[in-house]
Design a protein around this ligand. Structure first.
Ligand code: COS
Length: 382
């Protein structure tokens, strides 16, 4: 995108966050629901299509550009981002990366406008971090597959028109090579949804189980058309998703630091604003330093991704550091606010709970550590 158009998009999102999203945060929390008018405005702004190529009706941002916009957006509650998150990221990118031309033409234009919302269905009750052990089966039956199994914690399933579903299609192939990724319309007979999950935070973001009971899909629903490549598609999608999540961590750091700074400069104790005390200054400075480190890492890894380099290890380093760092920033924000920080009327208490999920979804911190160390050993050159 040319610099001028991109600056305009960024400024528009900045204004939207300030004028529309931040004022709607309390309603969101109280009602456990994103207000419908905000959903419509997000569609209108083109936010669902950020990562979808222009030829399929999206805005077609580079990864680096996407991180800048997501950082802007997540200066408001990160729940608003969750509405577009699965479509911009893990739900659609399997099709963008590995889909056939026909699959792209069928789904991407609808996803780009927000007319259709997508979800990513990998996790199962017995397969979380060990994604390759998933049990959902896709049994070949002529030109179709019959899918049965349960997917767990699926974000936006209840809002979705389409699910990217990883299922075991090759009964004789053990492990990851027996898995295919299927594009499945959410209204296909045989699909039912579990009840909405009750969560620690992120009220208003919707997750639930998705149950497949002999759900019939055509063989052409396999992403890319070749069975057995679904695990790799999922891993590539997650590499990219981990960069996106780090931009979310960065946006929330910006907000938490702004809330902390304002409170520290206004709140008076011992006759002066608490920001004048060096122990409070240390907390502020540590948070600012960590935010700057995330910013530098996001820029470097997103740029490598855009240059076509393999970024699995770097994306894991970035996601690991940024999700842990935003947890520390949120913790300091509560501390700076003192007793007020524990009260729900101040936003930092909510954000503290919201960001806890960043260390878990799209791969726990421990999985990121494993990916990093494995890659280090693979590349060892003494
Ligand atoms: N890009 C492309 N291919 C990849 C890849 C990547 N980032 N990571 C792994 N692969 C390929 C490997 O090359 C291997 O291919 P071959 O069979 O051709 O050798 C295959 O996928 C299996 O890889 P690996 O042996 O590393 O798989 P493991 O079962 O050991 O597990 C981890 C890999 C742990 C990294 C994976 O299961 C994982 O990321 N788990 C976390 C899942 C997750 O993030 N869940 C969140 C839910 S979505 S919100």
């Amino acid at each position: 995108m040319d610099t001028e158009t991109f600056s305009l998009l960024r400024a528009t999102v900045h204004r939207f966050v300030k004028e529309r999203l931040i004022p709607a945060e309390d309603t969101l929390e109280e009602n456990d629901e994103i207000p419908v008018e905000i959903v419509e405005e997000m569609k209108h702004l083109g936010l669902f299509g950020l990562s979808i190529p222009e030829e399929y009706g999206g805005i077609g941002l580079t990864m680096l550009e996407e991180t800048v916009i997501i950082r802007e957006l997540t200066r408001a509650s990160i729940v608003f981002r969750s509405l577009i998150g699965t479509t911009v990221g893990i739900g659609s990118q399997g099709i963008v990366m590995d889909g056939t031309e026909e699959q792209k033409r069928e789904w991407l234009p609808k996803l780009a406008t927000g007319e259709a919302i997508s979800s990513f269905a990998l996790t199962e009750p017995e397969a979380g971090s060990d994604a390759a052990s998933l049990r959902t089966v896709a049994v070949k039956d002529g030109d179709t597959y019959r899918i049965s199994g349960t997917k767990r914690f699926i974000t936006n399933a209840a809002r979705s028109s389409m699910l990217t579903v990883m299922a075991r299609s090759e009964p004789n192939v053990k492990g990851s090579r027996g898995i295919s990724a299927f594009i499945i319309p959410s209204d296909t007979p045989g699909i039912t949804l579990g009840k909405a999950d009750k969560k620690m935070g992120q009220r208003g973001s919707k997750t639930c189980d998705v149950i497949f009971d002999d759900c019939v899909v055509p063989a052409s629903a396999i992403i890319g058309g070749t069975p057995g490549l679904g695990f790799k598609t999922a891993m590539k999608v997650l590499d990219r998703g981990r960069i996106h999540i780090s931009a979310v961590a960065l946006g929330m750091c910006d907000r938490l630091i702004a809330e902390s700074l304002q409170y520290a400069m206004e709140r008076k104790q011992f006759g002066q604003p608490i920001a004048q005390f060096q122990l409070i200054q240390a907390l502020l400075a540590d948070s600012k330093t960590e935010a700057l480190a995330i910013e530098a890492m996001v820029q470097s890894v997103a740029q490598k991704f855009d240059d076509g380099q393999k970024v699995s290890m770097d994306a894991s380093c970035l996601k690991y550091f940024s999700s842990e760092a935003v947890g520390r920033v949120a913790d300091r924000a509560v501390q700076i606010h003192g007793g007020a920080g524990y009260m729900t009327e101040y936003k930092v208490e909510r954000f503290y709970r919201d960001v806890r999920l960043l260390r878990i979804y799209e791969g726990t911190s421990q999985i990121q550590q494993i990916i990093i160390a494995r890659e280090m050993m693979r590349n060892a050159d003494f």
